[in-house]
Design a protein around this ligand. Sequence first.
Ligand code: BGC
Length: 464
Amino acid sequence: MAPKQTFLPFPEHFRFGTAVSSFQVEGNSGERKSDWDVFLQGHPGMVKPNEVGPEWWKKGKAEADIDLMATLGMQVQRLSFEWARIEPEEGEINHEALKRYREIIDHLHKNKITPLVTLNHYTLPQWIARKGSWENSGIVSAFEKYVSVVAHEFGDVETWITLNEPGVLVESGYLLPFFPPQRVGLLSAIRAHRNMLQAHKHAYTVLKKIIPHSQISMAFDFRLYRPQNPHDPFEMLYANLVNYFDSLNYVDGVKDWIDFIGCNFYAGYFLNLDLFKIRFRLHGPQIAPLRSILFGEVRKANAYVSDVGAPIVPGFFLELLQILNKRYHKPIIITENGIADRRDYHRPFYELVHLVSVWRAIQLGVDVRQYLVWSTVDNLEWLEGYRQEFGIVHVDAVSGERTVRPSAYLYRDIIAARGIDITKLLSEYFQGEQKEKAEMLIHHLLTHHPKDSLKNLVVSSNKS
Ligand code: BGC
């Protein structure tokens, strides 16, 4: 590619959109009986009584956000269905809940936005939690039954994610006591891991039977770990092992039962073997805390970071996409990519440079089909309540008032042009130091060779 190219066109079939999950946007409705509802009741203060968020369960609220997404040009909306609403007690199907999801799906169709549905985004019905959550192998057939009910109702949905981020869930709920069910133990983690992969395979089979043309995967949580010193074989081995246990083993476990790779990417890290220097840095528990003891030099290099300290490293994203392509030869959908940034200072930068990475990956032969920003609107960020803001649209957690952020307009311009007009976007959305850094980083991303050091692709920050 000529480094001087200033317009980066996306292939005609490529789709852009945004993503949310049901529990995070539906609001605190009393009738939902999930393990997370019980967990939040047990932790008053995580969500304040007057905080309701985007309230998608209320008729009209999801619809208004979908209308807004349509005006921004979105083509895909990822959302999830809440098992605890659809099957509040074992074997009892709530047809009212199915009706509400039907309204939302129909509204997406009406706006020519393709729905991409996640069947399970962390939360479980309380009746399953009482029986041991993912530790109990009975969950596999229970999940299969729930999936079969949903598939019979939603034959018009083509693209499905069975489980969101099994890696985060195993780690945060079964190895560490952060997420429900807070059952810490290696055996618990091994059982949960095994049952999640089994549940995926069963769900895959049942979905394919009922909706033969469906496209199915998991949304895997990928970070990429690279050695601080790429010439040190031990550090290289260490980084490869961490990547394997952190994420790749989940893909390996289901690789014959996925039609594409669902890729959630937020950040990557350099690792080193200087164990004495490793300090426990808690970046916010939802960023899988175990990993924070492994974080190497990226933060010390003072990279631009999000509100939760996650470094902005699109070069790692580019490299990850190439690794996934080489290892699995499957199409890739970016099911989540985004940043916690209340001020929307870094988000336009983040979106731009990650989309440049996607474009470059496609040029290098990686079959990336869709890119979905996390998230459509600010929402309930798990343990952080409404205190972390990932939305391209700001939502006042109490009044529910929406404000479109500049990053939404930058994304709109890329979608409208079906490509990245570098000069135009840089002059319209950036200035000063940030503009220079974006320019330099884009140049590096467009000319990066797999053998080059990723260190060129870390933007250091004087201010943020
Ligand atoms: C999860 C989302 C979460 C986001 C930001 C992802 O790992 O799938 O539910 O809101 O990260 O932390």
